[in-house]
Ligand binder design. Structure first.
Ligand code: SF4
Length: 443
């Protein structure tokens, strides 16, 4: 039997799709590139933006037509489009055979013909990585309920996996490709959570310490796994970031000195309307602590412009914050209301589209100057790069060198060299831009 999985959205979704694929492969199914060739099509959806939701709905229309042409096809929808109640979805899309929430693979497996796979099936099924890097979810869901965000309604409350489970998966990732494909296993693992520093708070206390484990404990527990060279984690929630976690990042050599800490706005009144749960003063304290304790750290952030009621003055504070903190990168988005959220129900989306766009471009331009300045400091220096790709794009993209990889600070590097994918190369930087670095391998 053959299956096709279509995935949009965040790394969590990609990790879910890879795990589902690994489960179906384990049962003897094979993956195909086109839905026309499949017996089962799974759409793994995202609801964070309206556009992503519309793409899933349009895909469903195409699949309906495919089945209308007489093709025997099972259709399943999983991911953030599927909330706690599926009645409305079932009414809207009666031809869909299964709806499954994130990480809830059972309804899909039932449609595929497997009623009960046993409690050990999923914990011992591991996603197959595509290269030397892999994403490993460690905590699912979110308890924060920011007013603009649909995630807590679709992904449920925070649920942490145990350290033993995660360790088993990371050890497997590090080892599997060596044995099965005669090449190196995964070298870099990114631990995933919507609020990754919340990890562990819902787990039972560890008898040795009398408290539940936290992200610092997990990083220490994964640090000695053979073959793993780098550990990262995403995405940080400022209020959950503790000194223990910051110190673990500073002390553990394999943990990359990199934080993505969304600030969303530089203005306290906007943060209150967003219900982010921290003030700008608290955010600044965390960034200051990180920069004092972790030398050479790279910090990136996320910003939303044009949130409900955002005045010029409030936006100016965000602009000044970005200017002052000199982030390595800023992911900026214009606010767009999502049905089902508190902001959608209670706050007016009253910033005109053109104002949102002007603010977005202002932040983008500012950040391009800042990133250019930060990256230019690396000119002439040697950096460690984990080789992720090579060969395919010789001369195709702005005459960039063929090999690509990332530094520990997560900066993209294009370089000339002959290192194998999965190796760590030392690269001398010869050119920089706001978006990437260019150089030549010296080892
Ligand atoms: S912390 Fe806020 S923005 Fe992030 S997933 Fe949770 S509710 Fe959404």
């Amino acid at each position: 039997m053959r299956y096709h999985i279509w995935t949009v959205g965040c790394q969590m979704n990609k990790a879910d799709s890879q795990k589902l694929a690994a489960g179906l492969d384990r049962l003897g199914w094979s993956q195909v590139a086109r839905p026309e060739e499949a017996d089962l099509v799974v759409l793994n959806t995202c609801s964070v933006r309206d556009h992503a939701e519309q793409r899933a709905v349009s895909k469903l229309g195409t699949l309906k037509k495919l089945r209308g042409r007489g093709k025997e096809l099972k259709i399943a929808v999983m991911g953030c489009l599927v909330g706690l109640k599926t009645d409305e979805l079932r009414r809207r899309f009666p031809y869909v055979d299964a709806f499954a929430r994130p990480q809830q693979f059972e309804p899909i497996m039932e449609v595929a013909g497997y009623e009960d796979l046993g409690g050990e099936f999923w914990p011992t099924t591991f996603a197959v990585p595509e290269g030397p890097t892999a994403y490993v979810p460690i905590i699912h869901g979110c308890d924060k309920f920011c007013t603009y965000c649909i995630v807590p309604y679709r992904r449920g409350r925070e649920r942490s996996r145990t350290i033993d489970d995660i360790r088993m998966e990371v050890a497997h990732l590090a080892a599997r490709a060596c044995a099965e494909q005669g090449r190196r296993g995964v070298r870099e693992v990114t631990l995933l959570g919507q609020t990754v520093e919340a990890y562990g708070h819902d787990l039972p206390p560890d008898p040795a310490t009398g408290r539940p484990p936290d992200l610092a404990d997990l990083l220490r527990a994964l640090h000695d796994i053979e073959g793993i060279e780098r550990l990262r984690f995403l995405t940080s929630y400022p209020k959950d970031m503790t000194e223990r976690i910051i110190d673990a990042v500073a002390e553990l050599p394999k943990v990359c000195k990199y934080f993505n800490i969304p600030v969303q706005s530089g203005d306290n009144a906007v943060l209150t309307r967003m219900r982010r749960g921290y003030t700008i003063e608290e955010y600044l304290e965390k960034v200051d602590l990180i920069r004092r304790r972790v030398p050479d750290v790279a910090i990136t952030t996320d910003v939303i412009v044009g949130f409900c009621g955002e005045t010029e003055e409030e936006f100016r504070r965000t602009y000044e914050l970005v200017e002052r903190l000199e982030f390595d990168k800023v992911h900026v988005a214009a606010y767009s209301p999502r049905p089902g959220t508190i902001a959608y129900r209670k706050l007016a989306d009253d910033v005109p589209h053109e104002v949102k766009m002007a603010r977005l471009h202002a932040i983008e331009q500012l950040e391009a100057q800042i990133s250019a300045r930060i990256n230019s400091r690396l000119l002439g220096r040697e950096v460690e790069v984990l080789v992720e790709g090579q060969g395919k794009k010789v001369g195709a993209v702005r005459e960039l060198p063929p090999q690509t990889g990332r530094t520990r600070q997560n900066k993209l590097v294009h370089f000339v060299g002959d290192a194998a994918v999965g190796q760590l190369a030392t690269v001398r930087i010869e050119r920089t831009s706001p978006w990437s670095l260019v150089g030549t391998a010296t080892t």
